[in-house]
Each structure stands twice: as structure tokens, then as C-alpha cells.
Design a protein around this ligand. Structure first.
Ligand code: MN
Length: 179
């Protein structure tokens, strides 16, 4: 199965399904909920193009590929970010690689230890099993990240929606810092 991917932008040029997340969809995700609520709710925070390869989530042995595009922006000093998730099947890993822009991959293990890896064009990131992950855009341009994960992973957004990560990525004196 052959598909075209724009290597500069990360756009998947055919057989791609789009999902979008706006500020309205990210209610409760940022530390400063009042600041989030005060911004235009239809503002797009990120979108994900997933390659439609005929696989279904939960099937054994397959792979998915997608590109996440996180827009630049901040909510009360906290960078625009994805919701973040664990995999429903915890013992499944994932690859991310940065296609363009600047950002951070924020990671948290099940003991609540949070850390980050800086992302820029060409960085490759291996997300180990049992580790929650989220993207944040720390730059002025769109952060585009290619992702490859197992059809068996599934997504557990609820754990993060309830408890969040133990650290947040904030802009402090013009620089990203995990707090
Ligand atoms: Mn994942």
C-alpha cells in the first residue's frame, strides 16, 4: 500500500482521516481554566491526520501512522498541547518524530514522574511502554510530529483528564520550563 507524505509539512496527501481539537474540546486541560474559557473557543489547538490503511483499533498485530499538528499559542503561559494519553493496553510503545517546528514531548510514568524531551526537525523519540505522553508547541510555527503505534494500543484519555500530568510546561522568562 503506497501513500504520499509531504516530508516538509508532514501532511498525508491521500487516505487520511482528520480530527481536530479546539480550545472548547480542551476544557479543564490547562492549569488556568479561566484563561482558556476567555479565549475564542473555536480556536484550533491541534489536528491529527491518520493514515486510513484499513486497520481498526484493537486488531492484533497491525500498525497505525499519523501526523499531529499542534498550533503555536498559550493559555495563561502554558503552551498549546494535546490532551495526552496512556495506551489502554499499557505495555505498548510508540515512535514519534519531529517533522517541523519546535516543541516538547512530555512523558509521565505510572509512578507520576514527569519529564520532557525537546523536539525539533529530525528528532526521533521512543515512547516506552506504560508511559503517558503529550505534545506541546513551544515555538512560533506549527509543530508537526509523525507517529507510529500499534493497532493494539488503544487510548486512555480518561486517566489524564482526571488527574493530569504531575508537571506542566510553562513559559518562564521566555523559555519552556516543566513546573
Ligand atoms: Mn500514544
Amino acid at each position: 500500500m503506497r501513500t504520499l507524505l509531504n516530508p516538509e509539512s508532514g501532511e498525508i496527501l491521500s487516505e487520511a482521516a482528520l480530527s481536530r481539537r479546539t480550545l472548547a474540546d480542551l476544557k479543564g486541560a490547562f492549569a488556568d481554566e479561566a484563561a482558556r474559557a476567555a479565549l475564542p473557543q473555536e480556536t484550533e489547538v491541534y489536528r491529527v491526520l491518520t493514515h486510513e490503511n484499513g486497520e481498526r483499533e484493537g486488531q492484533e498485530g497491525g500498525l497505525f501512522f499519523g501526523t499531529s499538528f499542534v498550533n503555536p499559542g498559550k493559555v495563561g503561559g502554558e503552551y498549546f498541547m494535546t490532551k495526552g494519553h496512556y495506551h489502554a493496553k499499557r505495555n505498548t510503545a510508540e515512535y514519534y518524530f519531529c517533522i517541523s517546528g519546535r516543541g516538547a514531548l512530555i512523558l509521565m510514568d505510572e509512578a507520576g514522574h514527569t519529564w520532557m524531551e525537546e523536539m525539533e526537525r529530525g528528532t526521533l523519540h521512543y515512547i516506552p511502554r506504560n508511559v503517558a505522553h503529550r505534545l506541546a508547541n513551544t515555538g512560533d510555527e506549527v509543530l508537526a510530529v509523525g507517529c507510529c503505534w500499534s493497532t493494539e494500543c488503544g487510548h486512555d484519555y480518561a486517566s489524564i483528564a482526571e488527574k493530569g500530568f504531575t508537571c506542566r510546561l510553562m513559559e518562564v522568562e521566555g523559555k519552556p520550563r516543566l513546573i
